[in-house]
Design a protein around this ligand. Structure first.
Ligand SMILES: Cc1cc2nc3c(=O)[nH]c(=O)nc-3n(C[C@H](O)[C@H](O)[C@H](O)COP(=O)(O)OP(=O)(O)OC[C@H]3O[C@@H](n4cnc5c(N)ncnc54)[C@H](O)[C@@H]3O)c2cc1C
Length: 425
């Protein structure tokens, strides 16, 4: 045997060993060996679906049950493109089949009660699921009581918020299609914190982009309860001026107090719109409140950032929008996906009686379409600080685009495809 042949054979064996190691690991993750524990996950959105997938991939043999009220996943990221008419609902909808194929038990249902002491959850159907560790990633629910008449307006279909993707997205798009040329679309943005800080400004661009071609005399009025644009400020200001001058009118410090018909009432004026899109103030999803977990401003769930375990209920890990965010940590799908990986790794360690990673790092990238093709991004990296026991942004990391561009338009679509795969396989 020549030296070359010996080297090739050795490489082949090494590669083979690596492959069989991978195959074994893959096998173990979906095998029928003894389970190391039962994890129930409530909510199959960005946080919950990612946690389910990573518990199966990393867990050896964790028994994972995912309870989600919808039959399929519908993405909020990219839903503004549906609102603008540039994508269809099918483009932002994915099935849970990939997770099922990985051995995740998928239960379509609504969790209505959590018994943290008894380690079980109850579904609306009356059935119960027991667990060793519970993950909640219920997203947000709305504080309708903060805006008079809003609940009734949304319930009647007069006003769509479009802040949970699905029927609301379709309703808002239909209203925009029906608006006359010369009509008025008015959006109201709640005070921070709300999910997806740049989302409303992206939506303003998408609606204005649609009007520019389809209804050039129609107007977009943006009423922001905050003192200024909350994310990528200079980039959105530039986009408003460069592409939508005379279409988008932006007003800061304008908090909607009441909704009547399609009239929004502010402190000093009433605004009548053809389409009124009120984004309601938000808090952690209802199930977190029912379970008594809202220990931060009676609105969000405080967590131990090393494990994502609720500081209100041991054994209950909370992810994503429902958490009380660390400083400069956005409520985003990308961040919920990162929370899920921290939690999945920690839960596997805890089930095995091992120490959890003491130095987790998470990151976020958020793309926004300012035209049908031009996109801007903001990125950040967050490192756990052992002294203050919280994630802090890494100095010098992240940043924003120099300007809107079409290359980032392709990256944005790639980001969506990748993260949907990362959650749902
Ligand atoms: C218009 C818009 C654009 C956005 N764009 C971006 C973007 O470009 N990039 C980005 O990173 N983020 C974006 N976001 C933010 C992103 O959608 C959220 O931050 C993300 O969905 C949070 O993930 P989550 O797991 O906390 O909640 P969700 O993804 O909302 O998942 C919660 C799930 O829990 C289920 N659920 C809730 N309660 C129960 C219960 N009791 N029983 C059973 N199931 C339950 C719900 O049905 C839902 O499927 C956008 C949001 C909006 C509204």
């Amino acid at each position: 045997m020549t030296n070359l042949q010996a080297l090739s054979r050795r490489r082949l064996l090494t590669a083979g060993a690596a492959l069989s190691g991978l195959a074994l690991a893959g096998c173990a993750s979906s095998s029928s060996g003894p389970s190391i524990g039962r994890v129930v996950i409530v909510g199959g959105g960005f946080g919950g679906a990612t946690a389910a997938r990573y518990l199966r991939m990393w867990g050896g043999n964790v028994d994972v049950t995912l309870v989600e009220r919808s039959a399929s996943f519908v993405s909020c990221p990219m839903s503004n493109l549906v609102v603008g008419g540039y994508k269809q609902m099918a483009d932002i909808t994915r099935s849970y089949d990939g997770l099922k194929a990985m051995g995740v038990k998928f239960v379509q249902g609504d969790v209505v009660a959590i018994d943290a002491a008894g380690k079980k959850v109850r579904l609306a159907s009356g059935s119960e699921l027991t667990y060793d560790r519970l993950i909640l990633s219920p997203g947000v629910d709305f504080m309708y009581d903060q805006v008079g008449g809003l609940q009734a307006a949304v319930d009647s279909g007069r006003v769509a918020h479009g802040w949970k993707a699905g029927a609301q997205t379709v309703a808002l798009r239909k209203q925009l299609e029906a608006i006359p040329d010369g009509g008025v679309y008015a959006m109201s943005i709640p005070k921070v914190p709300y999910r997806c800080p740049p989302g409303p400004y992206e939506r303003a661009c998408m609606v204005a982009s649609y009007f520019k071609t389809a209804k050039p005399r129609a107007k977009v009025l943006v009423f922001d309860a905050n003192p200024e644009i909350q994310s990528k400020k200079a980039l959105f200001e530039r986009a408003f001026k460069q592409h939508y001058d005379g279409i988008i009118e932006y007003k800061a410090n304008s908090e909607v107090k009441e909704v009547s018909g399609t009239t929004a009432k502010f402190e000093f004026e009433d605004v009548k719109a053809d389409v009124l899109n009120v984004i309601p103030p938000q808090r952690a999803g209802d199930i977190a409140r029912t379970a008594g977990l809202l220990n931060m401003n009676n609105r969000w769930v405080g967590v131990n950032w090393l494990t994502m375990e609720s500081t209100a209920a041991p054994g209950v890990h909370v992810l994503g929008d429902a958490t009380f965010s660390a400083p400069a940590m956005p409520k985003s799908g990308h961040m919920a996906n990162q929370h899920a990986k921290v939690a999945a790794a920690a839960i596997i360690n805890l089930l095995k009686g091992e120490a959890v990673n003491a130095t987790p790092v998470v990151m976020n990238t958020c793309y926004s379409f300012v035209t049908a093709k031009d996109v801007v991004h903001v990125a950040s990296v967050h490192q756990y600080d052992a002294v203050d026991k919280i994630f802090k942004t890494v100095p010098g990391s992240g940043g924003v685009s120099a300007g809107a561009n079409q290359i980032e338009g392709r990256y944005a679509l790639g980001w969506a495809d990748n993260i949907w795969d990362d959650m749902l396989a």
